[in-house]
Design a protein around this ligand. Sequence first.
Ligand code: KIV
Ligand code: NA
Length: 270
Amino acid sequence: PIRRLTVPAIAARKGGDPIVMLTAYTARMAQIFDRHCDMLLVGDSLGQVIYGLDTTVHVTLEMMCAHGAAVVRGSYHAVVVVDLPFGSYEASPQQAFETAARVMKETGAAAVKLEGGAVMAETITFLSQRGIPVVAHIGLTPQAVNALGGYGARGRSEAEYEKILGDARAVDAAGAFAMVVEGVVEPLGRAITAAVKCPTIGIGASPACDGQVLVAEDMLGLFERTPRFVRRFDDLAARINDAAAQYAAAVRDRSFPDADQLYAIKPAVK
Ligand code: KIV
Ligand code: NA
């Protein structure tokens, strides 16, 4: 059996072969992506993708644990990272530790991800020194949508550019073993990657990042509206629609089920 990749192996990929990461929320999708990915992210984007919520602010720890466990069960190769949901870690390093430990116990995931830059540095150190590998998430941080006022790219002003570069340095120094850099102007994604010792995983950042991540359902073409940074590698919404239409027609004209799908009475075999 192939041994699962490890957190140190991911950390060692700085400047090397690009790290391939996709989100997964279910065992079956994890099983398929596992062959192609170094890391699987059980993102709190499952709030929108799976649960129809309008932001990730409403996502609960119970949701993250249930889907995290499914993804770990469905995979054997990739490092599985579970997002800590809004409200479950920000208050203190102690709160973050209790939440992250619960996630690791209930899911079997090797690492957690949390949003925030310099303000989360103390928490990142607290967790990393106590056996909980942390992926940081900086730039556009969707859990802060109410404070940011939207999902626009970050780092367009010089002040914001410098602030986010400072965040990157802070979470790197604090001990994050990797960082997701989301929704920043390209030169900033590049500058962060050059400035930090841990691998950067870009989403709407830069091809210079040490890896890339996308929400799987976005790259599969399941949603009509997606951010600029998504490339559609398929148009699954159209294909699923087609399959559903064919099924509906076959039920209505009684061409499904036919002999291939029916159980015949056979003589008992001894
Ligand atoms: O929740 C998520 O899917 C994420 C990725 C977009 C990085 O945090
Ligand atoms: Na997330």
